[in-house]
Design a protein around this ligand. Structure first.
Ligand SMILES: Cc1ncc(COP(=O)(O)O)c(C=O)c1O
Length: 322
């Protein structure tokens, strides 16, 4: 990646003149089977631009309560787009179809019009859960013609875990975004894809939000390496996360954590002293985090090998439930 960054041919992407950015956008658009894509500085900006182009002020977005766009973006959708959320339970990573149908239908009972539906694939807080196509199709059957945004920050983790092609996932969404950082190892960058018209609007919103970059080809070059050579290796992260999941589930049976739900790179489980657990493990050299009160999260990535997992698994043995 560093080599590719050093050798990147760059131009001013503000004028659409950076051929490396253009190549990256075309490559992602083709991977997800969309007409066009836009390169962005972050996943949050990708979600925020999707909200901007798919809603109008006063609209309501139907989403899972713990999705990134709802809970981890500092209320950005309200601030940037003057929208609010209708929230449903997403503890298991998918959305409850009956409730989704009722919320959409409640417009007939003088409740707000739902302007778009947001889904997260993989769904981070539930432990990196990938959607299945049958689940998405069921959702689409009640969503009708409403636009669907797929926060696919970790879309390729879902692809590798399920064998479902990225384009098959994305065909079920109006817009899809993916982070080139995280498991794909690029230092910076996310991509948002959709129809040409939608992406023309997205480029305008990118400019408005200050996300239009100039010689961004240096970053895009790393992104191309990410898409070309970091996807298949995600299965290593998944296998290692599962080893960690088994260790935590064995050590803390009280959490009712089922390690079989860990199918990608995230281990997330409830623990009454999650913050202490994370702090103590950090002192011993294992970095994790909490994603909610009493919920710990550990993520595997390219820099976590078998040895690091062995070490973490050995350390977990010494920890208590309360
Ligand atoms: C599901 C999901 N969406 C969006 C984002 C935002 O990505 P970024 O941190 O690059 O802005 C994250 C980041 O953790 C995420 O987990």
């Amino acid at each position: 990646m560093r080599q590719a960054i050093a050798e990147a041919i760059v131009g001013d992407d503000g004028y659409g003149e950076d051929e490396t950015v253009t190549r990256l956008e075309a490559r992602y658009a083709s991977l997800v089977g969309k007409e066009s894509a836009v390169f962005l500085p972050s996943g949050v900006m990708a979600n925020q631009i999707a909200v901007r182009v798919l809603t109008s002020p006063g609209d309501v977005i139907l989403a899972g309560r713990s999705q990134h766009v709802v809970s981890y973006e500092m209320g950005a959708s309200a601030r940037n787009s003057s929208v609010q959320f209708a929230l449903v339970d997403d503890t298991t990573g998918t959305l409850p179809i009956g409730e989704v149908a009722d919320i959409i239908d409640a417009e007939k009972d003088h409740q707000p019009h739902i302007a778009m539906v947001s889904i997260e694939n993989t769904h981070m807080p539930s432990g990196g859960t990938p959607w299945l196509l049958s689940q998405l199709d069921e959702l689409l059957s009640v969503v009708g013609s409403l636009p669907v945004h797929m926060d696919g920050a970790r879309l390729f983790n879902a692809v590798v875990a399920t064998g479902i092609p990225a384009a098959d996932y994305a065909a079920r969404a109006t817009s899809v975004m993916t982070c080139l950082s995280k498991g794909l190892c690029a230092p910076v960058g996310s991509l948002l894809a959709g129809s040409s018209d939608l992406m023309t609007q997205a480029r305008r919103e990118r400019k408005r939000l200050g996300g239009s970059m100039r010689q961004a080809g240096f970053l895009a070059a790393a992104g191309l390496v990410a898409l070309d050579s970091m996807i298949e290796r995600l299965s290593d992260d998944h296998r290692r996360a599962r080893r960690l999941a088994d260790a935590f589930a064995t050590r803390f049976p009280e959490s009712n954590y089922d390690p079989a739900t860990c199918t990608t790179n995230i281990v997330a489980f409830d623990h009454p002293l999650a913050r202490d657990l994370v702090a103590q493990l950090l002192e011993l050299g294992v970095a994790g985090g909490t994603v909610a009160p009493r919920r710990a999260r550990f993520v595997t990535h390219a820099d976590i090998g078998e040895e690091q997992v062995d070490r973490a698994v050995a350390l977990v043995e010494d920890f208590r439930w309360s």
